[in-house]
Ligand binder design. Sequence first.
Ligand code: AGP
Length: 608
Amino acid sequence: MCGIVGYVGRREATPILLEGLRRLEYRGYDSAGLATLSGNTLHVRKRAGRLRELIRLVSERPAPGTLGISHTRWATHGGATDLNAHPHIGGNNLLALVHNGVIENYALLRTQLEAEGFIFRSQTDTEVIAHLIAHYYEGDLLEAVRRALSCLKGTYGLALISPQHPNLLIGARFGSPLVIGLGENEMFLASDPNALIGYTQRVVYLNDGQLCALTAESWDILDRDRAPVQASIHAIDWELEDVELNGFDHYMLKEIYEQPEALENTLRGRLDDTNATAHFGGLNLSPRRLRQVDRIILTGCGTSYHAGLVGEYLFEELSRIPVEVEYASEFRYRNAPIERHTILIAITQSGETADTLAALREAKRKGIPTLSICNVVGSTIAREADGGVYLRAGPEIGVASTKAFTCQVLVLTLLALYFGRMRHLSASQGARIIEELRQLPDLVRQTLSCDEPVRQIAAKYYQVQNFLYLGRQYLYPIALEGALKMKEISYIHAEGYPAAEMKHGPIALVDENTPTVFLVPRSSVFDKVISNMEEIRARGGPIIAVTTQGCEEVASRADDVITIPDAPEYLQPILAVIPLQLLAYHMALLRGCDVDKPRNLAKSVTVE
Ligand code: AGP
């Protein structure tokens, strides 16, 4: 999951390439590099470590030129070293190339190229692509690229430049995203539109198997046989301020606080008062077809998978449809029997997660309708699904997903309402749900007032080594999500469980050094969870409770209490997750972790 930026045009490339990497650094940050061309000289600058190392190098050794490429790396082959950093050089300074993806047959190709005398300087699979293009080069760079790509097995999103073609920026895509930005006498190439905001709002997405040839004045897209491809131009309506910190210390905190507005954007235009249901513009499946649905598969990875787990409760309660939730990485290889009236809904923030894309394609191969719930307009999963719903959450930069998660859960709620009103929900029931949904953003605003109390709680526990998260029913997936947030940004080991499950083994973990976070708002299972708290307390385990304002029974059983506003059970997941997002955030800060770029992680996992 690397970040790629390319530029050809009227301006000096380096500032644009570096700013683009800054916007994409969340995609991977083991090393960074760039290459520009001035005259017929390639200027290559690359460094292991964070982007600031490259910026420092470029300030000492500028890289001039109005044509260039850059890359921020999440290592897959070879450690994070200067030599393994991209760009990589092909042949005898014939070209510079950056790559996002994994080439599975790189070892054999490397052996063949070394036998021909090509000298390798790195351990990466990417350098094989660079030399392979040089191997095929006979004066037509695009043809050499086309022939080299036909030898590759695996995935790539790549960009390259050559001193032999001083006005040409070439890109190619198979399995890793690449988007063209259309400017005035300048063109851009990037792994995702975040890097283009502020430069252009007109983008064209490459599809698998396509190449692009860009000059300052032109853009051409070709298929594998070099036949021209007609592509549509998408408008990205994100503004520069969407990708700036705007006074927050971290993107994660900014995005936690953006949730009321993000949820309002998700709701906008999707509440149909006349018919007491939800309204969508892009399902692309007829009501008749959707009425026949008798089973739903929800699939995703990580936090998106947790949203699917909430969706299971939502669909079963509001629309009475059986649901199964699948890890995309498992579903893609499982060969699950799928009946005729099943649909698959892929849940994803980035729209580029390799496992989720593969699960979607597996469902399409089996001929069942597919929908996507996605945040990035025009992303691969959004384009390949039969229909879908965009989150409209705005760009999510922090690696730990927050606003995308709550917006995913809200979209699932809207879909459950829509399906429910096709079946057994009455107009008055639908109208009640609509009114409750309209109050949600303000309830979230009220919930954010727990930030300071949560920060104080974090100060008590930030040195522990283990955490437990427990919840029941709608809040069991939130226990999992809260544990994931804690793991991924504070590096503390954390486990989420259904609260009743503790008795079946995990309670052996409880001691005075292992705090348990209980999700225990007022609900149909409130008394059951209170009993579970007693079980933990009896064994000396510290308890942090997330509960509804005014629940006195909880305060007497917990060491620390965080309160959230009262709300119907089906809306509690969106409220209860917010203190857990903030708890993980404050714990990570106190532990000196990099909140927005946690170790070993990347924002968009485009490799399997
Ligand atoms: C979320 O906090 C994680 N960074 C990660 O689990 C993420 O949810 C997962 O990789 C799926 O990404 P997607 O939503 O873009 O498909």
